[in-house]
Design a protein around this ligand. Structure first.
Ligand code: AMP
Ligand code: MG
Length: 321
């Protein structure tokens, strides 16, 4: 029997994304516990539901600091650190722009330039005040908003992986709407063959597969969430400098790493850098590997994991000319 059919697959829609858990043995109880855990975690970070810790921070913008739990504080601390790196395209204070664009949601539209300018003034990550002693977060200007949408799934994928291991489960994978964490491959297999989705292709159409085990694989792509207006496509990863969607030669970036949180952070950073600068940047981070897919149908491999091309309209390279 093919390996995929030997596995037990459990799915749900959480965080607005399809979630798939694959286990070597049937275990309804474990699967139920994993989905409960994901829901609990989502409730801490969501910006779309009253009562989340992040929502409380946003609601207190311009008024007072808000105390949060240790894991939420640690994630915000990391997000701030990455956001203030010189030239970083990752910005966890980008909430006001994300809310205004509503990309991929009902009511999405292109905001007038003067509105974007006004909102940009509310997105300076360096202005977010953290107090490690009190574990508080303060947004000093009314209208400022934290958005952890780019990293919450990666963080939660890591939490799920740790949880599965604690429960004695060492073979399986969790796919949180594109954020994948793998444990050991199924018995008799050296690795998982993970499909790399074809940008703007039919569901299930793949550019190729990558062989991994005990690794995270995170993909960010312009084809994941977008809308079109007057022949122009607007996607959901915004340039914190201009307030418009990032625009370069990339259609998608996949990051292979141990931690899915790292993967989530690096997909956004690399997306902003583009292929050439991204490859140079990766030289300083040997633990992070990546695959870039470009508009010119190139698959630029910066990974040691075996990649198999399935779509001949693309070609594999290790740099761009
Ligand atoms: P992902 O799906 O991981 O690529 O993250 C995309 C989400 O991150 C968006 O839907 C926004 O909520 C948020 N976001 C958009 N642009 C940025 C940015 N430049 N930095 C950090 N988060 C962003
Ligand atoms: Mg991300």
């Amino acid at each position: 029997m093919p390996v995929e059919q030997r596995l037990c697959s459990y799915s749900a829609v959480l965080m607005g994304s399809p979630i798939v858990l694959k286990l070597a043995e049937p275990d309804e109880r474990l699967a139920g516990d994993v989905f409960r855990l994901i829901r609990q975690q989502e409730n801490l970070f969501t910006v779309n539901r009253a009562g989340s810790q992040v929502m409380s921070i946003n609601e207190a913008a311009g008024k007072h600091p808000v105390a949060v739990s240790a894991p939420v504080f640690a994630l915000i601390e990391r997000a701030r650190e990455v956001s203030v790196l010189p030239g970083s395209c990752f910005n966890f204070a980008i909430g006001p722009l994300v809310k205004r664009w509503k990309i991929g949601f009902k009511g999405d539209s292109v905001p007038p330039a003067h509105e974007l300018q006004a909102l940009l003034a509310l997105t300076d990550p360096a202005r977010v005040e953290l107090d490690a002693q009190q574990r508080t977060v303060f947004l000093p200007l009314a209208g400022m908003e934290i958005d952890l949408g780019a990293i919450a799934k990666g963080y939660i994928a890591d939490v799920v992986k740790t949880f599965l291991r604690q429960r004695g489960c060492f073979c399986g994978l969790i796919n949180l709407g594109g954020n994948l964490q793998t444990l050991d491959a199924p018995a008799g297999e050296a690795s998982w063959a993970i499909g790399l989705q074809k940008p703007f292709g039919e569901p299930g159409a793949l550019v190729g597969t990558i062989a991994v085990s005990n690794k995270s694989l995170v993909t960010s792509g312009v084809y994941e969430r977008y809308f079109e207006l007057n022949g122009q496509r607007y996607h959901h990863i915004l340039n914190p400098q201009t307030g418009y969607p990032l625009d370069n030669e990339l259609l998608g970036v996949t990051v292979i790493s141990d931690s899915s949180l790292d993967g989530d952070i690096f997909t956004t950073l690399l997306y902003g850098l583009g292929v050439e600068k991204g490859l140079a940047f990766l030289a300083d981070y040997p633990q992070i590997e990546a695959i870039f897919v470009t508009r010119a149908q190139q698959v630029v491999l910066a990974t040691q994991q075996p990649f198999r091309l399935l779509d001949e309209t693309y070609y594999v390279t290790d740099s761009i000319a």
